[in-house]
Every structure is written in C-alpha cells, then in structure tokens.
Design a protein around this ligand. Structure first.
Ligand code: MIC
Ligand code: SF4
Length: 641
C-alpha cells in the first residue's frame, strides 16, 4: 500500500521510533513559529535551556495578539521578544506585519517541511503541503533547541472532494460541513488529508481556511497535496524555488475516506457556542445582526478581502450594524490600499482594524449585551468575544459581507450568480519583508521590563498527594474557559497575576480557594467531561492551574495539545476507567493518591476518593511518564543534558 501526503512528509522527518499508527514517534522540526501571547514564555523557557542559538532551519516570532498595547505590559513583552529573538537567531515579525499563520503562509511555509507553532492554528500551513502542528510553547522551545517533537503516529482520514463549489459557496462552507460531519470531539490522533479533483478549484488561501479550522476538529493537523496551485501561489510570492510536488500514491492507505461533492454544498453557519453547532444558513435566514467582523487567521487573505470589497462597493453598511474588517497581513492591507478596494470598504462604512488577531481573541470590539455577531473567524466559545451574553455565529466572507448590508442574516444563494465576485489571484503579490527583522550576528542586550518574569518552576512528582476536587465541569471545556484571554491577555508573562483568573467565568473563587489550600499542602483536582481542553494551545491553561496547586485533572477524554501541556507542567491527565464514575465523584470530595512514583508507570492509577477506591487510566508514553515524574518537561530536559 502506498503513502498518503502526510505519511510521505512524515517519513522524511521520523528520527525516533517507526511510523506505525498508534506508536510514539519523535520527528525533526524544520521550522517553528510563536506569537506574542505564547511566545514570551516560550522564549523564557528556551533561555532557561541554556542553548546559545536556535538549531532549526527557520524560527519566526510574530507579534499579532497583543497589539493594542494598553499599559506597559505588552510593549514590555514585545521589546523582550525583539531583543531576545535578535540574540538567539530568530526572525521577528513586528506588530502590524500581520497574523502569524497568514504571514507564515505567504513568506515562509514550504511544501514537505515540518512546522511546530505555539498556537493551535499552526496547521494552517498544511495548505502548502507541509506538516504543521500546534503545541505548547515549551515544546516549541525544545524544538528550537534541536529537540524532537513527540507525537502518537496518527490515523489519516481522507476527505475526497469532487466537483466544484457553486458561486456564493466558499471554502469556509466546506470546513463548516466537515465540522458538522466530524464534530469537535473524538478526533484526537487523527490527521485529515484533502484530495480529489475538487481541490483543483481551491487556491492556497482557500485551502488554508480549511486547514486552519481543522484545529476546531481537534485533529493533529490537516494537509493538502503540493500541486501546481501551490506552485503558482509560491511563485506569486517570489518563492517558487521552495516548491516541490507532493501527491499521495495512487494506492495510498487511508483509515477512512469521506466523499464530499462540492457542487451540493450550500452556505453553512456555526451557531453559539461551539464551532460544530452547524446549521444551513437557509434555516436561520432573517436573524437580526448587530455586528459583523471579517478577518482572523481563517479568512483574511487577499482574495477574501477583495471579495468583501466587491460586495461592499457602492453600498452602505446597514445603520444598525457595526462592521469591522481586519486584513490578515500587511501584504494584504497594502495591496488593497493600493488597488482601491480599501477605499470601497471605507466608503461603505466599515471600520478598518489593524492587521492582527484583534476581535478574534476578544481584544476589543466586544458585541453589545445579548447581541448577535457574525464573524469569519474560527471560534465562537461563550464569552470569548468579551461579552458573556453575546451570540457569535461563524460564517463565510460572502455571508458576512452581504448580511452587513442587509442588517440580517442572508443566504448568499438568494443573490444572482451574475453578481458573484470572483477576484483573481494576483500573478505577483506585493513583497516587502521590511517588518520582519532578521536575527543579529552580534550579541544583543536583552531588554527585560517589569512585566518579564521567570519561567515557572515545577516540583518533581510527590509520592502521595492529598487534596480536594476544587471544581467539577461538564463536556467541551475549552482552554478559554480555563484561562480567559481578552483583557486578561496582558498578564501572560506574569503567572501569579494571570493565575487569579483561572476558571473565572465558571467559578470566580476557584483561584483563591486553590491557592489557600495549597498553602496548607492541600492540592487541587479538577473533574471534567468529554474533550477537556479544546481550543487554544495556551500552556497557561496548565501553568496557572499548576501554580495554584492543581496536580491532576480527571476527565472522560482530553484534547491532544492540552493533555501534553498538562504533562509538561507536571499535572496528571487521568481518564475515568468507568465513565459512570463521573457521576459518583463530586466537587469538594477529598482524594488521596498513594505510591504515585511507582504508579505513574502503570496504565491504571488508583486513588481513594471520599472513602472509596477508583481506577483511572493514564494514557501516556514512557517518556511522558518520566516527564511527570520529573515534575515537567523543563526539569526533564535539564536532567537529560
Ligand atoms: C486562540 O485563537 O485562542 C489563540 C489566542 O490564538 C491561541 C493561542 C493563545 O492562547 O495565545 C491558540 O489558538 O492557540
Ligand atoms: Fe489570532 Fe484568532 Fe487566529 Fe488565534 S484564531 S491566531 S486569536 S486570529
């Protein structure tokens, strides 16, 4: 049996173990990326490793999340990043240059490479035929130091696309359809590979919309072949030399094949509060809309914004709608500024935002109380936009722009085909990398303002842990629930302060209670349902609980990145042996785990909870068990040296 695109690229990078589904392998990482909200900590951890310069082919540090720079904190982080990066061989993409995934696609990604990024949407790069994976900052730091990235060799689901989309239906509708089919749960250890004649009508940025939202499926990554479309995109970016052809073998082995006939798709919508709460637009048509936001790493490419401009041209935004547009990169912004499309947007009454994450991470533009916001980004978790009572719906560019004019949700298919704008991809993008600062050859003084702390410290695993379950939550708890972003983001480099907000939207007292208990040597456990830790890769969702004395989370199932982050910071991710035990164990029950330094190497770990004995499963590799024993990856790495 032949190889899929994924396995072809994987085999070129396996440095430890064998590429056999289900076993742990270590792969070599060619490129890394970080962004400022996860990067500061990642680089502090890299410094703590004592390695003089990165060992990757390319490492890039982007500033795109905290670009509002309210107060000194973010500006301090950015100055630290700029000087630290110069010193250690890392490219620094300045604030204003664009969102990491969009810029990386434009300027750095290459077919056949591996990319590890401290952001869950790193798989966007899969649009170029590369293996691009999101991970915690500490794992990215280890990869920058030349360390392997360890993962369980995944299954590959093939999504075979046939025919082509009808006018007014777009790539966003494809991935929303896939989310309807596969949902956000149960896809751990899976890679999605897109093939079929249908991919030939999708440009690289459209493919990127699809691979980007693969993050919402919870898969390890998503990937497209590298074909002539990839080649033309790279050529237009002045980078044709990095192109190589990567196709699946004709008899490629897939664990499952899903066929989607693109010509039958219609505009879709993800309803509050989960990206897999999918409906057809036709079912919700007429919903009154308060806000429309176009942008984010999912839909902010040149073509996306040219489509938006064409729809808005000569029209006015409905007076009851606030419309925001954030171009994905400075390249996109400058191109639409020069060709007049930006002027059409401004004339329509749209508000133009910086090329950054902005509204997507809740950094401004929170909707009105109880409001309806249509957005082209990838996540609609409750409260993420900054307004708990708001209803966030995820849609395509076409649906968003047309609805902004009408003031209500419209079905693009109701518009004439003759009005469908199909902007052509440019033969040549505007190339100006002057906001990407190359590393310095000379030593640079690293600037550490008062917001720059020390990397967090963890203790080796104790043999006995006594404690209390501080919180019991339900299914699909996201890392946004655990560690809110929005206006709390500025504390990312200040762990004690940021820790005050752990689970703040679920239980405002969790943090204080846990810290008080820790002072009395009473540790905290958390009980979760299915898919615990969905969403963002933020390792703060492990570090801050660790700081508060959380030593274990017991859930029905975990998402991949979060589960690794927990282990990397010495927290045991345990799964109920019997799912019904979830109903038997309650918040505030006391627990004792004994003999842990031995038990940690066993598949089942037992504990006494409220006087009864329970078994839990620890699904971790031998290496991960050793990491837990050492009290986290940083301690483990230091020991290995
Ligand atoms: C997100 O979309 O949630 C973020 C903010 O980009 C995160 C990273 C972070 O929390 O810093 C992600 O997706 O990993
Ligand atoms: Fe930024 Fe939003 Fe993309 Fe995260 S999902 S990287 S916050 S644009």
């Amino acid at each position: 049996m032949g190889d899929s695109v994924f396995y072809k690229v994987l085999r070129e990078h396996v440095a430890e173990g064998e590429a056999v589904h289900g076993t742990e392998i270590g792969i070599k990482i060619d490129q890394t990326l970080t962004q400022d909200a996860t990067g500061t900590l990642a680089y502090l951890q890299f410094e703590a490793m004592g390695i003089p310069r990165v060992k990757t082919e390319l490492s890039v540090s982007y500033v795109d999340h905290n670009t509002m720079q309210m107060g000194f904190e973010n500006a301090d982080d950015h100055k630290y990043l700029e000087t630290m990066n110069a010193n250690y061989g890392i490219y620094y993409s300045r604030a204003g240059n664009g969102i990491c995934h969009q810029v990386h696609l434009e300027r750095f990604g290459r077919p056949g490479a591996t990319l590890l990024g401290s952001d869950s949407h790193t798989p966007t790069g899969g649009a170029l035929g590369m293996i691009a994976i999101g991970a915690g900052g500490l794992e990215v730091a280890a990869a920058m130091g030349g360390g392997l990235f360890y993962l369980t060799c995944p299954k590959v689901i093939n999504i075979n696309l046939t025919n082509r989309l009808r006018p007014w239906v777009s790539a966003k509708d494809i991935i929303l359809k896939v989310l309807e089919l596969l949902t956000t749960k149960g896809n751990v250890g899976v890679v999605v590979e897109y093939t079929g004649e249908g991919i030939m009508s999708l440009t690289v940025p459209e493919r990127a919309t699809i691979t980007n939202m693969g993050a919402e499926l919870g898969v390890t990554t998503s990937i497209f072949p590298s074909d002539n479309i990839t080649r033309s995109f790279l050529k237009a970016q002045g980078r044709e030399q990095v192109w190589r052809k990567i196709f699946p073998d004709p008899d490629a082995k897939y664990d499952r094949v899903i066929n989607i006939d693109l010509s039958t798709l219609e505009p879709m919508i993800a309803c509050p509060h989960s990206p897999d709460n999918i409906k057809k637009i036709s079912e919700l048509k007429g919903l009154k809309v308060d806000q429309v936001a176009i942008g984010s790493c999912t839909n902010s490419s040149y073509k996306d914004l040219m489509t938006t401009a064409a729809i808005l041209k000569g029209e006015k935004i409905n007076p009851e709608v606030s419309m925001l547009i954030a171009p994905g990169s400075r390249q996109v912004l400058e191109m639409i500024a020069r060709n007049g499309a930006l002027a059409d947007m401004i004339a329509s009454g749209a508000r133009i935002m910086e090329s950054a994450c902005g509204f997507c991470i809740g950094a401004g533009q929170s909707p009105v109380t109880g409001g309806v916001s249509l957005r082209t980004n990838n996540r609609n978790f409750k409260g993420r936009a900054g307004t708990e009572s708001a209803h966030i719906y995820l849609v395509s560019i076409e649906t968003a722009a047309l609805s902004a004019l009408k003031g209500e949700l419209v079905n693009p298919l109701d518009y004439p085909v003759s009005e469908y704008p199909e902007p052509a991809m440019p033969d040549k993008f505007l190339i100006d990398d002057s906001m990407i600062i190359p590393p310095s050859e000379k030593k640079v003084q690293i600037v550490r303002g008062p917001n720059i702390g020390n990397p967090p410290y963890t203790d080796p695993l104790m043999d006995e842990i006594n404690g209390i379950f501080g919180l019991k939550v339900g299914d699909k708890i996201t890392t946004d629930h655990i560690m809110p972003a929005g206006d709390r983001l500025k504390y990312r480099s200040n762990i004690p302060k940021y820790s005050e907000f752990v689970f703040e939207n679920i239980d405002r007292n969790f943090s204080k209670r846990s810290l008080d208990n820790k002072e009395n040597n009473i540790f905290t456990g958390v009980i979760g349902g299915e898919s615990y830790g969905q969403g963002s890769s933020r390792e703060h969702a492990a570090i801050c609980p660790m700081y508060l004395g959380v030593r274990l989370v017991i859930a029905k199932s975990f998402e991949r990145i979060h589960s690794s982050n927990l282990i990397n910071f010495g927290i045991m991710p345990l799964v109920f042996e019997n799912k019904e035990d979830y109903d038997r164990i309650n918040q505030f029950d006391e627990f004792i785990f004994r003999n842990l330094r031995k038990q940690i190497f066993e598949n089942y770990i037992n504990a006494e909870i409220a006087g009864k004995t329970y078994n839990f499963i620890l699904s971790a590799s031998k290496r991960q068990r050793e990491i837990l024993l050492a009290g986290g990856l940083l301690n483990y790495t230091r020991k290995q040296k």
